[in-house]
Design a protein around this ligand. Structure first.
Ligand code: PLP
Length: 409
């Protein structure tokens, strides 16, 4: 077969960057970049009663809105009605459907940073004019009054969408209900036609067995939420997520967008999702127990490294942010940190994935079993110990040793 030298399309790529896809495409031995909880296995779900139900599942088309039992379970958890829920192929598809249904080319959207990269990528692919409002590591990434003012300063009557996540990815920091209400008040005045998308993908990942905080789904007709079974429940492979929309016209628009892009979700996945949600209490409690323990391990580890690292404790979710101290690690030495980690078969998620500088990085503490998690942290300690100090870098004396020290072997 001959290969044509003429490109098949001269369109600029719609998605220029998918660096984060390494998480699913390029496994590493100690992956601290992942933000999921331990994966469920099919065998965890398969009791005789469940198998009996699954045997009867027809492999026909489902409905565009999704299985009624599944929507009822989701609705009960989000405090809305089942007819206000739309099942989607993961929260990713929900993010796309909302952007597609609320924004046209040239319309204005506002995105709070740091953010999950596809949130931005779909807006760019749809040629939406996006203002990014950066929350600040030094203010704990809070949507405080100063941050709400910064969002308000970008709002116009042309703004169609404002997007944030709670807990936020990468930091695990939550937006509180009073903070959301303050933002909604400003939107009502300054951007009366804008939808507020609250991405709640990590809402049900809690510590110490705490009940998940209430969903924002019923706060206002202009609020749309999305979530999925991917993170807190450990079932990302089902590709089952959902949207809530309490405005009937918007919900219908979203349903039409889903039909025209995918018809419906997999009926088999929806049937399995019902089984997961039927056992949600147990599934979430198991994962909460692990997170409670690993977040404690991480907190103590971060304290031991306070001379070189700043640590931002998370409110929820299986991930949080740390930052290499600027007075200890020069900008020029930051790449050496990632090289040293790679040499030790460890990966953390670099700040650049989330529109932050690379001296900020995300650590996931729900993905590895606790013993491996501790080993991975030891390896990060070792990588930190070989970083050149500021003066060493200037004088060229930094060892920058990217190979593991013998103690790591
Ligand atoms: C904030 C946030 N939203 C949405 C998603 C998409 O998750 P999924 O499509 O697996 O439900 C992710 C995944 O990492 C995420 O971090």
């Amino acid at each position: 077969m001959t290969t044509s030298t003429t490109p098949l399309t001269d369109l600029p790529p719609r998605f220029s960057d998918a660096a984060m896809s390494a998480l699913v495409d390029r496994p590493v031995r100690f992956d601290l970049a992942e933000s999921t909880c331990p994966s469920l296995r099919l065998g965890d779900l398969f009791t005789p009663a469940v198998l009996d139900r699954l045997e009867k599942v027809e492999i026909g088309y489902g409905t565009t809105e999704g299985d009624p039992h599944l929507r009822a379970l989701v609705a009960a958890g989000a405090g809305v009605r089942a007819d206000q829920v739309l099942v989607t192929a993961g929260a990713s598809s929900a993010l796309f459907l909302v952007a597609l249904s609320t924004c046209g080319p040239g319309d204005h959207a506002v995105l709070l940073a740091p953010y999950f990269p596809p949130t931005r990528a779909v807006l760019d692919a749809l040629a939406v004019r996006t203002s990014t409002v950066g929350l600040d590591f030094d203010r704990g990434y809070r949507l405080d009054e100063q941050a709400v003012d910064a969002v308000a300063a970008t709002l116009t009557p042309e703004t169609r969408l404002v997007v944030l996540a709670s807990p936020q990815n990468p930091s695990g920091v939550r937006v509180t209900e009073p903070e959301l209400r303050r933002l909604l008040e400003r939107m009502t005045v300054l951007a009366p036609r804008a939808v507020l998308l609250v991405d709640e993908t990590y809402r049900e990942s809690t510590y110490g067995g705490a009940r998940p905080p209430a969903s924002a789904a019923a706060l206002s007709p202009r609020v749309v939420t999305c979530s999925s079974l991917s993170k807190a429940h450990g079932a990302p492979g089902l590709r089952v997520g959902w949207l809530t929309a309490t405005d009937p016209a918007l919900r219908e628009r979203l349903r039409a967008a889903k039909f025209n892009t995918s018809v419906c979700c997999s009926g088999m996945a929806e049937a399995l999702a019902v089984e997961v949600l039927d056992r949600a209490e147990e599934v979430l409690a198991d994962r909460s127990a692990l997170l409670t323990s690993t977040v404690d391990v991480l907190t103590r580890w971060a304290r031991e490294h306070a001379d070189v690292l700043e640590f931002l404790p998370p409110d929820g979710g299986a991930m949080c942010c740390l930052r290499l101290r600027a007075d200890r690690v020069d900008d020029g030495a930051v790449p050496a940190f990632y090289e040293a980690l790679a040499a030790r078969e460890v990966r953390v998620a670099p700040g650049a994935w989330f529109a932050e500088p690379d001296r900020v990085f995300r650590v996931g503490f729900g993905h590895l079993p606790e013993e491996s998690f501790r080993v991975a942290l030891d390896r990060v300690s070792d990588a930190l110990s070989v970083l050149p100090g500021p003066s060493e870098l200037e004088t060229g004396n930094g060892c920058g040793n990217a190979t593991p020290s013998p103690s790591m072997e």
